[in-house]
Design a binder for this molecule. Structure first.
Ligand SMILES: [Zn+2]
Length: 433
C-alpha cells in the first residue's frame, strides 16, 4: 500500500478554523467556559464527523461556531495555528496555504492586525520546530473576507499590510448565493492594483454565473472549489468523447485558473446537484491519474493474442495510437521482456510491459489490453496473464502517480474482476476513476 503521508505535498485550500484538534477544543472550552455538544475529545470528534456527513448545511456550519469560539485570544489563535501547522507537516505537507477570516476573531477585543500576527507567531513556531527535526515546512496565510459582512475593503487593506510578513493572498468566503463579489468589485480592483493574489470561493453553492462574477469582478487567480464549472461543460449523453465547453469553462481552461477542488467537502455540502447520497464516484471531475494517462485509443478490450509477444505488441499499439510512443518503442518493450520477462508480470494475471525511457517515448502514458483468453508469460507466480498495461515514460521519476494508481487498482480484487469482464470503455474508465 502506498504511504501517502510520506509523499511531499502542497496544500492550497485548508481552513484554519476547520482543522482543530478535538482535545484542544475541549481544553480551551473548559478554560473559557464555552459549552460544547460533547464533554470529551472522543465524543466531540464523533460529533464533528457526524455533523459534517449529516447532509445538512446548518449542522455543517454549526461546527464552526465551536471552533471559532475557542479562537478569540492571541494565545489561543497562536496555539491552534501552531498545532495546525504541525499536523500539516505530519501529513507530508511541505507548503501549506492556510485560510481564515480574522474578522470572526474579534469578540474579545483583538484587533485585526493582532489576530493576524498571533496566527503568524503560531505558524512560525511550528515551521521552526519542523525544520529543527530535519523536516521542511513553509506556510502562507490567506486572509479571508466574509461575503456577508461587507468588510472586503478593510480586509483587503489588512492583507496588503501583512504582505511579506506571512500573508500571501486574499480569499473571499461565506454564503455564495445572493452575495456576489460584484458587490465588492472596488475592493478586488484595489487588490489587483496592489498586485495582491486573490483566490475566491465560487462554484460550490452556486453555479456558472457565480464563477463568472468571481473571474470578472473578483479578478480571481484560483477558484475555491469551482466544482460547478461542470455545469458549463456539455457531454453527449450517448458518447463521452463528444463534449464542448461554454464561455466560462473555456476561459477557466485556457487561462489555467486552478480549481481548488475539495471532493470530500463537495460531497458533504451537497455541491453535487441531482444525486442523492453521492459517493466519490459521482464527483463530476475525474481526478484519476490512470484515466488521464490512458489517452484516446489506448484501451483495447476483449482482444485476442496467442503469445506474450502478440499481447505486448497490442499494448505497444495502444501507446502508438494514443500518441505516446513510436513503433520502435514497441519493439524495445519486446526486447526488454526477452531480457527481464517474468519481472514484468506484477500481479496474478497482470503484466506491465515497458522499456527504458528513450527518445522513442513522446509523452508519459499508459495503454491497457484486456485479452479474451489468457496467455502464458513465463511467470511461475502469476501466470497466465489476461491484463497487460503498456507504460511509456519520458524519464524515471515522472510516473510515480501512475504507479501509485496502478498498485491501488491491482490490490482491489473486485475492480480487477470487473475490469476482466467489461467490454465497454466508459465502464472501464469509471472503474479507474
Ligand atoms: Zn473553503
Amino acid at each position: 500500500m502506498t504511504d501517502y503521508r510520506a509523499i511531499p505535498k502542497i496544500s492550497l485550500h485548508d481552513h484554519l478554523d476547520g482543522g482543530l484538534r478535538p482535545e484542544t477544543i475541549v481544553e480551551i472550552s473548559d478554560a473559557i467556559g464555552h459549552k460544547l455538544p460533547a464533554d470529551n475529545a472522543k465524543d466531540l470528534n464523533q460529533w464533528f464527523l457526524d455533523s459534517c456527513d449529516s447532509g445538512s448545511l446548518v449542522r455543517y456550519l454549526e461546527t464552526f461556531e465551536h471552533t471559532i469560539a475557542v479562537m478569540q485570544s492571541e494565545e489561543n489563535l497562536a496555539r491552534v495555528a501552531y498545532e495546525f501547522a504541525l499536523d500539516l507537516a505530519k501529513d507530508g505537507v511541505i507548503y501549506g496555504e492556510i485560510r481564515w477570516a480574522p474578522e470572526q476573531h474579534l469578540r474579545n477585543g483583538l484587533s485585526l492586525d493582532q489576530a493576524v500576527e498571533a496566527v503568524e507567531a503560531g505558524l512560525a513556531k511550528a515551521r521552526k520546530e519542523v525544520r529543527a527535526e530535519g523536516g521542511y515546512l513553509a506556510t502562507g496565510q490567506l486572509i479571508t473576507a466574509m461575503r456577508q459582512n461587507d468588510k472586503a475593503q478593510e480586509i483587503a487593506e489588512l492583507t496588503v499590510r501583512h504582505r511579506n510578513k506571512g500573508v500571501v493572498g486574499f480569499d473571499y468566503a461565506g454564503p455564495e448565493d445572493g452575495f456576489s463579489p460584484t458587490r465588492h468589485a472596488g475592493a478586488f480592483a484595489w487588490l489587483n492594483e496592489q498586485l495582491m493574489p486573490v483566490t475566491l470561493h465560487a462554484g460550490e453553492a452556486a453555479g456558472r454565473d457565480s464563477i463568472r462574477a468571481a473571474i470578472v469582478d473578483g479578478r480571481t487567480l484560483r477558484l475555491g472549489h469551482g466544482v460547478r464549472i461542470i455545469e458549463d461543460v456539455f457531454v453527449d449523453e450517448n458518447d463521452d468523447n463528444k463534449y464542448g465547453f461554454g464561455e466560462v469553462a473555456t476561459w477557466v481552461l485556457e487561462r489555467g485558473i486552478a480549481l481548488e477542488l475539495s471532493p470530500s467537502s463537495n460531497l458533504q455540502t451537497g455541491a453535487i446537484p441531482g444525486i442523492e447520497n453521492p459517493t466519490m464516484r459521482d464527483h463530476p471531475v475525474v481526478m484519476s491519474a490512470l484515466n488521464d494517462a490512458l489517452g484516446q485509443n489506448a484501451i483495447q478490450l476483449a482482444v485476442s493474442a496467442s503469445t506474450w509477444s502478440e499481447a505486448i505488441t497490442l499494448a505497444g499499439n495502444g501507446l502508438e495510437l494514443s500518441g505516446r510512443s513510436t513503433s520502435e518503442y514497441t519493439r524495445a518493450m519486446i526486447s526488454a521482456f526477452e531480457e527481464l520477462g517474468p519481472y514484468m508480470v506484477i500481479a496474478p494475471g497482470i503484466a506491465l510491459a515497458h522499456a527504458r525511457p528513450s527518445s522513442e517515448v513522446l509523452s508519459t502514458g499508459l495503454s491497457l489490453v484486456v485479452l479474451e483468453s489468457s496467455v502464458e508469460f513465463g511467470s511461475e507466480r502469476f501466470d497466465p496473464v489476461r491484463i497487460v498495461f503498456g507504460l511509456a515514460a519520458i524519464d524515471h521519476d515522472g510516473h510515480i502517480d501512475l504507479m501509485a494508481g496502478l498498485s491501488e487498482l491491482l490490490l482491489d480484487e473486485t475492480k480487477v474482476n470487473m475490469l476482466l469482464q467489461s467490454d465497454n470503455e466508459s465502464e472501464v474508465r469509471r472503474l479507474l476513476g
